[in-house]
Design a protein around this ligand. Structure first.
Ligand code: CLF
Ligand code: SF4
Length: 497
């Protein structure tokens, strides 16, 4: 990596370190799990060919989500089923937050937007189509969008999300189009459970109701899953956790999709409120608590690998997961006829490759030191970090709208879950009520590692039993957490670098 200053989209960058610094300058809910149901996410966890396919996909690799961005384009408004958590005024809730409506685009408009984003956001690696209806049912627009985009950006990864009903009709075309990642939302494998989630489907030119509708949907979802796996496409299964309806049942779903070869299982909490105007929202069906979600994820231990870093994106999401840059790229803001320039994305990928090597080497050295210094029986800790991107502790406490939480013990450090909250700092100053909410979001966390923090919030956190440290500002996450762990678990003289 040269020391030459280059410009990557909106980032001016010098060396690796200065890229980190440049990147760093750049409502409370909790999701996830601290269980052993981890997704395979590092090269040592999977064969090289599979790693090559997921290493740049922020949803299929937790590690990749520190470096790479996705964008969604809303080109597919038609849908062929009704989910009880969906209001057709908004976008498909199988892949995006309910109640969020995106700008509807033609394939031509979508391609224009993708090229504009690729020129400005060098982290962009994946184009996803997740609605606003069903991408496989509104197939012509999905296919045309992918065709137009790949004609100009051949290396962009294509990803789609579907309820699965129409997917079996397009399996060979997906292969021909080089679509390598497909998500199917599978909320049940028992049609009796499905009948509580889906009032009807539209199939073979007929509207079909009740258990029969869910039986057909289930059969088609399994046909799609089997057909995609047989064709070598990586399948992620999304399941919406609906307390009292499919919470216990999702364990069976997890086992079945594993048996059929799904790559990942993403269990998402139902988000339900009357103002969304959905059947569930209007009838008082609640979403799960963080503890209920955790319990289901724990029950899935040993089954299909779980995705734990999903951010339940906006339907017009642009940027790294958890980042919301969609409003910078509405159609009125992008050029009329942008021409793709690959230079920034290529330079960024070179930087990521070098940075990943450094990070892995640092993590391995830290792990070796920790294994040597700490007894195998040392207890687990939950440590939160504030990070913007790049796998480093590079965000001020007051700017953080989410905390990434890692579980650490003598055997290593693993991503566990993230917790969202309103940022503490507003207009340059802290807000007491916001600090209370941040403390609530950090419940159960031992230590939070930050790039910087003021005395007031540090003391407030300490009063709540949470230590805040800026000792490892700008360092890689894993070595920093392991260094903290060694400090806590070993006498001073036993600590090593
Ligand atoms: Fe989009 Fe989905 Fe592809 Fe990712 S999102 S279509 S797989 S590119 Fe990702 Fe967003 Fe979660 Fe979806 S964080 S909601 S899992
Ligand atoms: Fe709504 Fe998506 Fe379900 Fe269709 S598949 S009803 S768009 S949530």
């Amino acid at each position: 990596m040269s020391e030459t200053v280059v410009t990557l989209g909106t980032l001016a960058i010098g060396s690796k370190q200065s890229l980190s610094a440049a990147l760093a300058a750049g409502g409370c809910s909790a999701t996830g799990s601290a269980t052993g149901c981890g997704s395979k996410e590092k090269p040592e966890d999977m064969d090289p060919a599979t790693w090559a396919r997921v290493k740049d996909h922020p949803c299929y690799s937790e590690e990749a989500h520190h470096y790479f961005a996705r964008m969604h384009v809303s080109v597919a408004p038609a849908c062929n089923i009704q989910c009880n958590y969906c209001n057709r005024k908004y976008d498909c809730s199988n892949e995006s937050r309910p109640g969020v409506v995106s700008e509807r685009l033609t394939p031509e408009e979508a391609a224009r937007k993708v090229i504009a984003v690729a020129n400005e956001v060098p982290q962009l690696s994946v184009l996803g189509i997740a609605g606003p209806g069903d991408s496989a049912y509104d197939w012509r627009k999905t296919k045309e969008t992918f065709r137009l985009v790949t004609a100009q950006i051949p290396d962009i990864k294509l990803c789609l999300s579907s309820n699965g009903l129409a997917l079996p009709d397009h399996l060979d075309e997906l292969v021909e189009m080089n679509v390598d990642h497909v998500t199917i939302t599978i909320n049940m494998i028992d049609p009796a459970v499905g009948a509580q989630i889906y009032p009807w489907i539209f199939h073979d030119r007929k509207r079909i109701y009740g258990v029969e509708a869910s039986r057909i949907l289930h059969d088609r979802q399994m046909e799609a899953l089997d057909g995609l796996v047989a064709r070598g496409i990586l399948v992620k299964v999304n399941s919406v956790l609906i307390p009292g309806i499919n919470d216990a049942h999702l364990l069976e779903v997890n086992r079945e999709v594993k048996r059929r070869g799904a790559f990942l299982h993403n269990i998402m909490p139902l988000i339900s409120a009357p103002e969304h105007g959905t059947h569930f929202g209007l009838t008082g069906q609640r979403g799960p608590t963080a503890a209920e979600l955790l319990a289901v994820q724990e029950a899935c231990a040993g089954g299909a690998n779980l995705m734990k870093h999903c951010r339940q994106c906006r339907a017009d999401a642009v940027g790294l997961l958890g980042e919301d840059r969609g409003q910078e790229f509405t159609l009125d803001l992008v050029p009329e006829a942008p021409v793709y320039d690959p230079a920034a994305r290529e330079t960024y990928r070179d930087w990521v490759a070098a940075e990943r090597e450094d990070r892995r080497a640092a993590a391995k050295a830290a792990q070796d030191a920790t294994g040597a210094a700490c007894a195998a029986s040392s207890p687990k800790l939950l440590v939160a970090v504030t990070t913007q991107r790049g796998g480093r502790i590079n965000q001020h406490f007051g700017h953080a709208t989410e905390f990434q939480v890692f579980e650490v013990d003598a055997t290593g450090v693993r991503f566990a879950f993230h917790r969202r909250c309103d940022n503490y700092c507003v207009d340059g100053g802290g807000a007491d009520d916001r600090l209370e909410r941040v403390i609530a979001a950090l419940g159960g966390i031992d230590t939070v590692l930050v790039a910087k923090i003021g005395d007031c919030p540090r003391e407030g956190l300490a009063t709540a039993g949470i230590t805040a440290l800026d000792t490892w500002a700008q360092d890689y996450i894993e070595p920093a957490i392991l260094a903290l762990y060694r400090e806590k678990m070993t006498p001073k003289q036993a600590q090593t670098a």
